[in-house]
Design a protein. Structure first.
Length: 117
């Protein structure tokens, strides 16, 4: 029997404490407009290519923050992406590892990754 569950990721939920602040931070980081509405008072769907990201303040608690990356943002230029993050003064920024990836944190402490594709 073929599985009715598709082998693709639709979206990733990120717990955030303040939906408006998170929307502005992520949109600025990704260079996308922050002009969509916050839905239901606690959800913001980031305009993404490929799999989506939903910021959700309803699921936020300190216990729910991602302590390890659950996904990575792609880049063609890892050094340029790292310099961009340095310029943005993001928290928890690591050095580039193995010439391939680095980690950083959003304002709520969720661990995120940028990886050379």
């Amino acid at each position: 029997m073929n599985s009715p569950v598709l082998n693709e990721i639709g979206t990733v939920f990120i717990p955030v404490s303040n939906i408006e602040r998170a929307r502005d931070w992520y949109c600025d980081l990704l260079g996308v407009p922050a002009d969509d509405e916050v839905q239901f008072g606690h959800i913001y769907v980031l305009p993404m290519k490929g799999s989506g990201i939903v910021l959700d303040s309803k699921i936020y608690s300190p216990d729910n923050i991602a302590k390890t990356p659950l996904f990575h943002f792609n880049t063609l230029h890892i050094e340029e992406a790292h310099a961009y993050m340095l310029n943005k003064n993001v928290d928890g920024l690591t050095e580039i590892q193995h010439g391939h990836y680095f980690n950083f944190q959003d304002p709520d402490g969720n661990c995120l990754m940028v990886c050379k594709c």
